[in-house]
Design a protein around this ligand. Structure first.
Ligand code: ADP
Length: 441
């Protein structure tokens, strides 16, 4: 930095100049004229530099100062130094503000900076999507004029911000938002809005799940309780009645057992880690065993069961999960097809993929039900499904298993004609796929 201007030096210089001019004046016998000319020249020199400064500051708007020596050079350099420092400070400040805004933009929440009269200072992009605020258009607008929901106005008025507020988004009815307000800086507030739609949906799914499970268990339990209440030491049923009661109780117990088994399977699949595709699954052997089990289940209904299996087609995956998927689809076809039906199970290679399908000529399913079949506890016909001992979880398990094996359940069905349930396992899971080599030229 330049040294401070020395008053003594400046005045001494001026005094010496005047002495010199006086001497020249005395020699030339015109002292007064010489002093006047020098004073006017000095004044003009100062005015010239004042105009230079005015031009530099107001018209040129250049950063570098006019070239000058001495007193004015010193002043120009001082202003130049202050301007540079000011620019650097402003740049730093801009960087700080930009970093804050970039940080707030990167957050998965809507952020609004407010004054204590609820006027908007700044908001991020997400505030536009979730709450419908626009920056800079809404800068200075009061938030309570833009979000008019009575609960929100009440929340602002009560000023009890230790608890968040849940509201439907003012711009999208499908979104549930959580509003949090906290003091920030000097007489400012920060409004953070979080999209909790998914959280709410999950909570609802959990509640529905608990309600469904309780409902499914309560029905057989009520039946058992009913029988047990009328059977005590004094009122033992006769043999015929006992036989009937025994059969019903056994059925209901089996139903509860099936439900608990399916629930355990589902939770085991959900809890297990990602599938490591390194275990070989001998699907042909698995389907052979399933064919024997299906024949046993089929004894009452006497369907024609045809298994068309490629004996060499093995895959990688989780044996127990795939067994559960194959079994659910085959047993469903037997359960829901009327007596004497025709069921064809196929496991075949299709190019480099493996395709499993179960086709039946059963009652079929109406289109409006098809897309909901894989929902937990969804049944087309509650009464019929209960009679067949269904839990409503079978296809939910199949869907889960298949998504873990990079596949998807396809359902084609025509009421009165039959249904087809199939899925395709991708090439990376199919064993024996030789990589194509390019032929040498
Ligand atoms: P459930 O344990 O009740 O069988 P699923 O999830 O396995 O539950 O099946 C859901 C519903 O899909 C069943 O209640 C039934 O109405 C229908 N469904 C499944 N497979 C067939 C099929 N092959 N033919 C007709 N309807 C079927």
């Amino acid at each position: 930095m330049r040294q401070l201007l020395s008053k003594r030096k400046v005045y001494t210089k001026l005094f010496l100049f005047y002495c010199f001019i006086a001497l020249v004046g005395l020699i030339s016998n015109s002292l007064l004229l010489a002093l006047l000319i020098f004073t006017v020249a000095l004044l003009l020199w100062h005015y010239h530099h004042l105009f230079l400064m005015d031009k530099w500051l107001w018209r040129d708007r250049k950063l570098s100062p006019p070239i000058s020596e001495g007193l004015w050079g010193h002043l120009f350099e001082g202003i130049y130094y202050l301007q540079r420092r000011d620019r650097r400070k402003r740049r730093e400040l801009r960087n700080v503000v930009r970093r804050f805004r970039d940080g707030a933009e990167a957050l998965p929440e809507a952020v609004v900076v407010l004054r204590d009269d609820w006027s908007i200072i700044w908001c991020n992009q997400l505030a536009q999507i979730l709450v419908g605020l626009h920056w800079p258009a809404d800068e200075g607008q009061r938030l309570d004029n833009l979000i008019r929901h009575p609960d929100f106005l009440q929340y602002l008025k009560a000023a009890k911000f230790d608890q968040p507020l849940e509201l439907t988004s003012p711009v999208n009815d499908a979104l549930t938002l959580e509003f949090n307000i906290m003091p920030y800086g000097v007489e400012q507030y920060l409004l953070i809005v979080r999209d909790i739609t998914q959280l709410k949906q999950l909570e609802q799914i959990r509640k529905d799940f608990v309600a469904n499970v309780s409902h499914e268990l309560r029905t057989p339990l009520t039946v058992l309780q009913g029988y047990l209440e009328v059977m005590d030491d004094e009122h033992l049923p006769d043999k015929a009645m006992w036989k009937k009661a025994h059969n019903v109780m056994l059925d209901q117990t089996k139903r509860m057992d099936a439900l608990v088994q399916q629930l355990l399977t589902l939770s085991r699949i959900e809890a297990s880690a990602r599938v490591q595709f390194d275990a070989e699954v001998d699907v042909p052997a698995m389907l052979l065993q399933l064919e024997q089990e299906a024949q046993t289940v089929n004894r009452d209904k006497q369907h024609t069961l045809v298994f068309d299996i490629d004996p060499t087609l093995k895959v990688t995956g989780v044996t127990e999960e795939l067994r559960s998927a194959f079994s659910n689809l085959v047993i469903n076809a037997i359960k829901y097809t009327q007596e004497g039906g025709y069921i064809q199970v196929s496991w075949q290679r299709q190019h480099v993929k493996a395709v499993f399908s179960v086709n039946d000529n059963g009652p079929g399913i109406a289109p409006q039900h098809v897309k909901r079949l894989t929902e937990r506890f969804y049944r087309v016909d509650e009464a019929r499904a209960r009679n067949t001992g269904g839990t409503g979880l079978g296809l939910a398990i199949v869907k889960h298993v298949l998504s873990r094996h990079n596949s998807r359940l396809m359902i084609f069905s025509e009421p009165g004609k039959g249904s087809s349930f199939s899925f395709t396992l991708p090439p990376e899971l199919v064993l024996g796929n030789t990589k194509k080599r390019s032929r040498p030229l």
